[in-house]
Structure formats: structure tokens, C-alpha cells
Design a protein around this ligand. Structure first.
Ligand code: SF4
Length: 147
């Protein structure tokens, strides 16, 4: 079942009820969800496996626990740094630098390079390939070529 931003417009208490219903139906009916969301808290709560996309490209794929414990791609790291957490409440909020480019005319090479703190000349020119970085994990970043 494809669920596209299914709980985005709901207030927190209704959202929790709907998410519980999603999980119950998954269990009872043996369903698989393709759950599309910008809310990483919801994603972490509901998913077994996460695909992170930036400007229409997949940049990282990983089991949920691994991705949230040790993100690989700089965009994933930046996204997770923006998620408020009880244990990091004192930390300074660090939004991703720069504007989101137009998907109609995306940046060359790695789409994320204008906003990436690790970008090099190669990133501007060459599109990184999504490749396996460890069993069951994939990432599209030139930094992984050094390992
Ligand atoms: S390929 Fe380069 S610009 Fe893209 S995420 Fe990796 S380091 Fe950053």
C-alpha cells in the first residue's frame, strides 16, 4: 500500500492514533507499506527500511535502525541533525545551509553539492553512484570511494 504524507496534516494525538491503526492493519493483514513522509520521527517509528531521496534521486538506503544510528550520506546526516530529540535538546539547531535548488534545473554532478559541507570539485562534475557500502546498506556519495 502506498501512503503519501498520510499523517502530515494531522495533529499529534490523531497522528498517533492513525499510526497505531497503520501498525495494527500491517500486523493483521500482513501488509507492506511504501510510506512517503518528510517527518523522520514518524518514519523511524513505522519503518523497517528507509530510502532517503534528494531532488528526485535516491541518496541512501538502509535498515531503519542502522540509518538513524549511523547515517552515511551528508544529506541524511544533515536531516537527522534537524530532528529534535529529548537527549539533544541543549544542542544548537543546525539547519541545512542554502536554498533547495529547482528540480527542473538541478545542480550538476551530485545534486546536493551546493549545500554539502564536504563537497569537492569532483562533486560538482561527477554524479555519485548509489553503491553498497556495507551489507544491506547503500549510499551515493564520493566520500565512500576513499574507504
Ligand atoms: S558526493 Fe560530494 S557533494 Fe555529494 S554528498 Fe557526497 S561529499 Fe557531498
Amino acid at each position: 500500500m502506498v501512503c503519501d504524507e498520510s499523517v502530515a496534516a494531522l495533529d499529534v494525538s490523531i497522528q498517533a492514533q492513525v499510526l497505531n491503526l497503520f501498525m495494527k492493519l500491517r500486523e493483521d493483514l500482513n501488509l507492506t507499506y511504501l510510506f512517503i513522509s518528510h517527518d523522520l520521527g514518524v518514519v523511524e517509528h513505522l519503518s523497517d527500511r528507509v530510502v532517503i531521496m534528494y531532488l528526485g534521486r535516491v541518496v541512501e538506503v538502509a535498515p531503519t535502525e542502522d540509518l538513524f544510528r549511523e547515517p552515511n550520506h551528508p544529506y541524511t546526516k544533515a536531516l537527522l541533525a534537524e530532528v529534535p530529540r529529548l537527549d539533544t535538546r541543549a544542542r544548537r539547531f543546525a539547519p541545512i545551509e542554502g536554498e533547495i535548488p529547482s528540480p527542473i534545473d538541478p545542480p550538476s554532478g551530485c545534486h546536493f553539492h551546493p549545500r554539502c559541507p564536504n563537497a569537492t570539485l569532483r562533486c560538482r562534475e561527477e554524479r555519485p553512484v548509489l553503491r553498497e557500502i556495507s551489507p544491506d546498506r547503500h549510499s551515493a556519495c564520493h566520500l565512500n570511494d576513499d574507504h
